[in-house]
Design a protein around this ligand. Structure first.
Ligand code: 9UX
Length: 69
């Protein structure tokens, strides 16, 4: 299992936090997600055999937020 902390820009309320958390948890291979509005970050534990940090980034962007590389 791997863990990554990614910057997530554009979240302005708890709904955004729930949305980002939901799209990440929906990905196969994602085990645990913790999103911080204050820190504009998502910490994700994932199985690198099933999902990559680039997949996580893509899901965040598709949900309407920005995840700078
Ligand atoms: Mo809050 Mo976010 O009203 O996508 S849910 S700003």
């Amino acid at each position: 299992m791997s863990e990554v902390t990614m910057r997530v820009e554009g979240m302005s309320c708890g709904g955004c936090v729930r949305n980002v958390t939901g799209v990440l948890k929906a990905l196969e291979g994602v085990q645990e997600v913790e999103v911080s509005l204050e820190q504009a970050e998502a910490r994700v534990r994932f199985d690198p055999a099933q999902v990559s940090p680039e997949d996580l980034r893509r899901a965040i962007i598709d949900a309407g937020f920005d995840a700078p590389a």
